[in-house]
Design a protein around this ligand. Structure first.
Ligand SMILES: [Cu+2]
Length: 261
């Protein structure tokens, strides 16, 4: 069924929950589609002109119609209450703490994703809109002690596997949407707002390449909101690594930052 629906591979701990919902809704829609189709054919035959020379203005009065309608409503309520609400509740009310999660800030702009890590001190440094330039797209104030070790990248998000990731999303200009399809994550990035979104990646990029048999596969950040003329090229990449590889990458970034200063 997943293959039939063309869903991307699953790479986060909650991906199955979203997919189960999608599959159940599609089964319901398939039953309704076939049911309505058959009913339509039946009506064409049953109420043909030859058999009904005189129109009946009252219409059909059957119990089947009513009970079918109630059954469909009940199934929809069950889907909502037992599948959709619980899945949504974990997303919005069971956030990991800043201590247990890897915290990242992602700021959308026309047409790129600016990524920022707090660095070893775990604190995000000060930013100032006056400092924004092409070299410093986030306006990071490097004179602030908390900002000295902040790591920034553009269109590249490195994350460790099997750890909660907490992304704080915002935007510099218009509304963008942060979409990680394999993680089943999609959240709007809105100027002036800090919107948190969390997930746990479960498959490293290397493992996913092997699984899919595609040696050049990359997880992508897609902008899922039509945000301007360059919307189509607003894409970043996510590299899911083992904890050791991620720590090494982070250390390399720190070294590069220290060397460049
Ligand atoms: Cu965008």
């Amino acid at each position: 069924m997943l293959q039939l629906l063309g869903l991307p591979a699953q790479a986060s701990s909650h991906a199955w929950e979203i997919d189960r919902m999608i599959v159940l809704v599609h089964w319901l829609m398939l039953v309704l589609f076939v049911g309505w189709g058959l009913f339509f054919l039946f009506v064409l035959f049953r109420f043909r002109r030859g058999a009904n020379p005189k129109a009946n203005y009252v219409g059909a009065k059957g119990k089947i119609a009513k009970s079918t309608e109630i059954a469909v409503a009940v199934i929809e309520i069950l889907l909502l209450v037992f599948y959709a609400y619980p899945a949504w509740a974990t997303r919005v009310s069971h956030f990991p703490t800043e201590q247990e999660a890897v915290v990242v800030r992602v700021v959308g702009e026309q047409f790129a994703w600016n990524v920022r890590y707090p660095g070893p001190d775990g604190k995000f440094g000060r930013t100032d809109v006056k400092l924004v330039s092409t070299d410093n797209p986030l306006g990071l104030d490097r004179s602030d002690p908390d900002a000295k070790d902040d790591i920034t990248t553009i269109n590249q998000l490195n994350l460790p596997v099997n750890r909660p990731i907490l992304v704080h999303l915002s935007s510099k200009d218009v509304i963008h949407s942060f979409g990680l399809y394999e993680m089943r994550v999609k959240q709007d990035a809105v100027p002036g707002l800090d919107i948190p979104v969390w997930f746990i990646p479960t498959v490293t990029t290397a493992d996913m390449r092997q699984k899919l048999g595609k040696p050049d596969f990359e997880y992508e950040i897609t902008c899922s909101q039509l945000c301007g003329l360059g919307h189509f090229r607003m894409r970043g990449f996510v590299t899911i690594q083992s904890t050791a590889d991620f720590d090494k990458w982070m250390a390399d970034q720190e070294k590069e930052l220290a060397g460049g200063k």
